[in-house]
Write a protein that binds this ligand. Sequence first.
Ligand code: CA
Length: 240
Amino acid sequence: MRRLPSVLIVEDESAIAELISVNLRHSGFRPIWASDGTSAQSEIDAALPDVILLDWMLPGESGLVLAKRWRSHPRSKLVPIIMLTARGDEIDRVAGLDAGADDYIAKPFSTKELVARIRAVLRRRAPEHDMAVVTIGQLSIDASTFRVSYQEQPIKLGPTEYKLLHYLMTHDERVHSRSQLLDQVWGDHVFIEERTVDVHVKRLRESLGEGAAAMLETVRGAGYRLTAKVQATQRSTLPA
Ligand code: CA
């Protein structure tokens, strides 16, 4: 089993922590919740997380104090810290970054943006691992070796199909329109017909084979989606 990157959420409001946890779990992270600095410290002592999401306003020691301490301690100094706070002004932002936070996100934030920021700090800290492998269901893609596999069996893809699959897997469970895919996969400076996307999706499905191809859904009138939750109706339309 691939080790999922762990994210220590230091947040005293359980509703916010729960919302973040659900979203992180869904995006392939292992969330750990600590409601204050003391329990966060025990979690860090027990196992170093890959990322710390740190709320500013906490009972007991503030996020700012904790960030400074973790940043100066040899054990935790390389762990990326993203500060979460309801305070949005420039002074606090500077204070947070001065304390050693790698990034800063103001409440209310979109969980989608939060996940993107976590991925970004992980990429900056460890470009060679952690985020290189993305696994959805039984489909895996490794950006460091350009290898794709389904049920442990290697799959060969052309360069465009690889890029398309990589984008869909790193942005799974969402519907992408053809024009969005053109922008994201082909680049927004080229002019290509939207039908091109369909051609490459067809090729990608052929290369993936039946089981994995079912994960790449066509959403009528909207576009495409890569999902681990393959619709039963789609499955039943596949030849036995
Ligand atoms: Ca708080």
